[in-house]
Design a protein around this ligand. Structure first.
Ligand SMILES: [Zn+2]
Length: 310
């Protein structure tokens, strides 16, 4: 029997709390289920008197220098949304309300694993509406100096095929490349646990700029002159490139739907990923909406027909 990949939310409310990596602010999160076609919507519960809801979408992206900050038309902002966005996209949570009582999401352990745990503890709930996907038809590429990112058409895998390379002068990282066919299973096993990282040499400049105030070895891999400073060491030999994949999963989710295609990136970052998503949405002839039928897309079917097929 043919079935359509249905939208998902969480089965019940969930909470978590922690410190923002840049602001150092202690914040609490309340996650609640959302109706079909809501998407991921953040609500700044500490901001009153103006519209305090911010939709997780490319149109809401503000600053991308050190993390992904989103803002709404009233200028209300929320920083460091990428690791929760990655957890949602990785698990296939399409609809969610996230209330937060501060300016930045908590960094927790620097990976998406704690957010995954919160979402899985709440339970995933399938909804009636089918989930649309963005099928890449023509290549889209963006560059920033030596950095590049592209979305390409893909045959043989109904989902996002990720191929990411990073290049750092520090030999503790060096050149790392990884390829993952993104599914909830591969996200959990290969990506979700990889932590964010930074260089000890940059820490002082970051703090002087009012950034990284909540950063510590409890939430950041610290690299200094060819070694990892954290006493516990790495979770994976190539944890760094895996974290760049984690960030990309969250950043690409800003397209507003899962992407079916191949993502090839050389030295990606939030700014580059955001440019790629912008280029995607600004090039409608390079992709089309589709529904997933048991992992096999049926092109151009009307929603009524899909409902009838069930
Ligand atoms: Zn990150």
């Amino acid at each position: 029997m043919i079935s359509v990949r249905k939208q998902q939310t969480i089965a019940g409310p969930a909470m978590c709390a922690g410190v923002g990596v840049h602001s150092g602010a202690h914040v609490r999160l309340a996650l609640t289920p959302a109706p079909a076609d809501t998407g991921i919507v953040f609500v700044r519960s500490d901001v009153r008197g103006v519209d305090n809801a911010i939709r997780a979408h490319a149109n809401s992206i503000g600053d991308t220098r050190n993390c992904t900050t989103i803002r709404n038309a009233s200028g209300v902002e929320l920083a460091t949304v990428e690791h929760l966005m990655s957890a949602c996209a990785g698990l296939g949570v399409d609809n969610l309300i996230v209330e937060v009582d501060g300016p930045e999401l908590p960094i927790l352990d620097g990976s998406s694993a704690p957010f995954v745990q919160v979402l899985l503890n709440a339970g995933l709930k399938q909804q009636h509406a089918p989930q649309r996907v963005i099928r890449i038809l023509e290549p889209i590429e963006v560059r920033m100096g030596a950095k590049s990112a592209a979305l390409l058409p893909m045959e043989g895998f109904e989902g996002l095929d990720m191929d990411v390379t990073i290049r750092f002068a520090d030999p503790a990282i060096g050149v790392q490349r990884r390829r993952v066919h993104l599914t909830p299973e591969s996200f959990l096993s290969d990506i979700a646990d990889a932590r964010t990282f930074g260089f000890l040499a940059d820490a002082e400049a970051m703090r002087a700029a009012g950034l990284g105030l909540g950063a510590s070895m409890a939430n950041t891999l610290v690299v200094d002159s060819g070694r990892v400073v954290n006493p516990e060491g790495l979770r994976f030999d190539d944890e760094f490139v895996r974290h760049k994949m984690l960030d990309a999963v969250g950043d690409l989710a800003m397209a507003g739907a899962p992407i079916c295609g191949r993502f090839v990136a050389d030295q990606p970052g939030h700014a580059l990923n955001a440019r790629l998503v912008r280029a995607l949405l600004d090039t409608p002839e390079a992709w089309r909406w589709e529904y997933d039928f048991d992992g096999e897309a049926i092109h151009g079917r009307a929603p009524e027909l899909i409902a009838a097929v069930g």
